[in-house]
Design a protein around this ligand. Sequence first.
Ligand code: GP9
Ligand code: MN
Length: 695
Amino acid sequence: MKKIKNGFKKITKNIKSGIKKAREEHVIREYIKNNILFLTFVITCVLNSTLLRFFCMNTIENYLSIKPIIADLAVVIIVGSFGYLLKPKNRFTYFLIFSIFFTAICMINSVYYTFYTSFASVSMLSLTQYIGDVGDAVVENVLQLKDLVYIIGPLALIIVHCKLKKKNYYKKIEVKSERKKKMIRTLIVGAGLSILFIVTLTSLDVTRFIKQWNKEYVVMRFGIYVYQANDVITSIQPKINSMFGYDKAKKNFEEYFAEEEGPVTNEYTNIFAGKNVLVIHAESMQNNVINLEFNGEAVSPTLNRLVKEGMYFSNFYSQVSVGTSSDTELTFNTSLMPTKSGTAFVSYADRTYVSIPKLMKEKGYYTFSMHANNADFWNRRTMHKNLGYQKFYSKQDYEVTEENTIGLGLSDKEFFRQSIPYIEQIDKENENWYGLMIMLTNHTPFSEVEKYGEFDVDLKETVTHEDGTTEVISYPYMEGTKLGNYFKSVHYADQALGQLINDLDEKGLLDNTVLVIYGDHDARLPRSDYNRLYNYDKENDSTLDKDDPNYKEYDSYQYELGRKVPFIIWTKDMAGTELNQEITDVMGMYDAMPTLGNMLGFYNEYQLGHDIFNIKENNIVCFPNGNWVTNKIYYNSQKEEYLSLTEDAISEDEINKNIEYTNQLLDVSNDIIVFDLLSKDEENKKVLEYVEKGT
Ligand code: GP9
Ligand code: MN
């Protein structure tokens, strides 16, 4: 004990005398003076990365997190240390190149985060062409001042460099051994910081780092530079992965499906067999517009009518990842989840999928899809064919002019109008058909308000004066907000839907047709706008104060739960029948295929979802980021916390079981796609046989 005490005293004494000596000799000042370029490089790179995290993730946990700063410091110091191997006059170029490189990482991620609420991945590089296509949406929605602030890194370096040049700093001669010594010392500091960082990691940090799909978490713990380096490795991994690990994936896959029960019949089996099917992919359509009114006028009268007359699934979630629209198309059509890296439509377009159009084709249906945008957007040209659509009507099949364009392309009203003759022709030539129509106008940024037509989202009040006269007073309410513009856009899209239904009916095309409508994903609208919607303070034209007794907080959980989308199955003669009902059990996009399959008479042995009429209240909806929701619980995997949705008691066991189920489902889904298990698996033949028999 005494020995330890003495040792401790000795160390303290040494440190003290070291500090004293350093003070006397102005070591720190000297160090700064001699290494100002390196220090500028380190500080600005770490500052940029920290700013990026702060701008993107607005949480206390993130603000107080020291781990990513240590990680960033370690990376930047290690990279910078090699600069010392160069002669002083060449060092600036070295630091500048890496400063630009690190700045680019921050800028790209900043833009990317605004667009996708996620961090960039090199596996998405092949998708940048689509960002170009989104034109207005990117400029208006994405490129902001906060994306440019990172330029301070290279700028500061250039300024320091110019000053040093004036002071003849670069004329100093450093011999090779001195340069090497400097490099090794700096590298040791970097390595020391790396060790310090590694020992603070928890096992959760490590697993999430390896999996990499919880990108926010990885950036929050490891900083953007380590994240990006890891991303490069994980992005090339799918290619390597599909070469190795096949046996394990196949085993897991077989075990998973061995536990699934086969087709089960119920009162809905084959109810729509022999009917034509028209699926409407309603862009960014959220469920919370249903039955919403402004001044007595409905935002979505057509949808309200379909909901009232049809089969309405009011607790329905899309399950998209970075592939947004295309992810929904994948999940709806195949009952598989989006891939963990890249997107199935782009990175795995050559895989074999068991899909609705393929199964319908097997049943003798003619299958087609329609979307008036560029056919290569989301690689649809290739993927729609692979999914079994016999014909894909794309932009080239429509007359698109400046006048009939809104936002990203041909307006929905024109798209539907021009599609009618095609459908008429298809109907004439085929006994049965299955079609998909992908809408476009209701796409972010919802800014072409003047083209959506009249729909006021203000608050009008009629006031009666003492003399008996009345006056209508208008408060701005949602006018001018993004959410308000979204409602106007939805109103337009809803009118387009109404027009389509009328036109189809007029041509007799609804007589033997089932209409299926889904919202493809939420509209990524600001939470503050929802707070205004639900807490409007008309006196001050603002949002009520949080302390106000009438204030109803729209918190992050409300927001997550509010991302529900509508799912409706409708036929013109359904109103008033037993089929005309609201299904409130939680349901996901991957349940659409099994539920519709039972009604139309097909079955996919490798579906991940379930027929909602079989699984009912036991259903669970898994999200690509590991979150999940049941009728009772919403679980947030990044925060590792849950929200109870009912009064029922919740056991830890239940939570753990669902976490395990979700992880397993996500793994199996990913493996099916990455390892192309449906083409290699012998069992797949069984699916096709089953279909051929038309069972
Ligand atoms: C583009 C459209 C939009 O053709 O489907 O795709 P999104 O941006 O929603 O993924
Ligand atoms: Mn979409």
